[in-house]
Write a protein that binds this ligand. Sequence first.
Ligand code: GLU
Length: 279
Amino acid sequence: MRVRNYGVALAAVAVASMTLAGCSEKKDDTIADKDKLIVGVKYDQPGLGLKSGSGAEGFDVDVAKAIAKKMGVDEKNVTFKEAKSANRESFIANGTVDMVIATYSITAARKPKVTFGGPYIVTHQDIMVRADDSSIKDLASLKGKKLCAVSGSNSWKNITDGTNKLSQKVQMETVPAQGYDDCITKLKGGAVDVVSTDATILAGYAGREGSSVKVVNAPFTDEKYGVGIKKGDTKGCEAVNKAIADLYKDGTMKTAWDKWFGKANLPFDANQPQAEGCS
Ligand code: GLU
């Protein structure tokens, strides 16, 4: 009798723990319910995501911390991990990170693989050249020049495929690179003539490099920066979108922008960009 009672008690414990396990498994299905978050950010882009000590710093890093806080996750429970342009989709799909906040444009090509919260900011693609190069003034004048092509980035394709506001396909010689820091080295060394990407990214390098390089200031795309999360996590995406709306309302987004881009001539648009939707 006693033994049988133990059996019943054990079965009850087993059922209870299975239920608990079931709950916690379900809890982890969406980033909305997590109490710790791993965020993929760039580690080599000054002003946006730059490795610093054991963590990272920049606008994207501050946005990540602020979004996490609005979602109930304290800064000390946010871990940063280096994401490169080429591994953002795979990091999200295989769970290496919970979200990617890494100058990650929302594009039609990426949408089938990634659910995007946001955009949290809109920037525009521009052109950087060596300071003594007066031959490049706009998109059309890039023809025949050597363009830095970062793997997994959409920037060079916006030029060579014509996915820009002018619908201009410009033929250029592409030189592969691992990231934009690598592109700047190649630009200064003469391996490429042009680094073309988001104005935010170029502003960060222009600030670091001083007088050796210049930004042409001829923007030709809209880049909507999104928060990349696992495909189908609608609840997580909605939580991110609510957080972004709050960050516009309470002024946090403007404060973060001014902190990192106040010195560069990049204006902040006080109107929150229209959310893309989570489906
Ligand atoms: N925002 C662009 C993109 O998502 C260029 C910058 C980058 O590659 O991180 O492709």
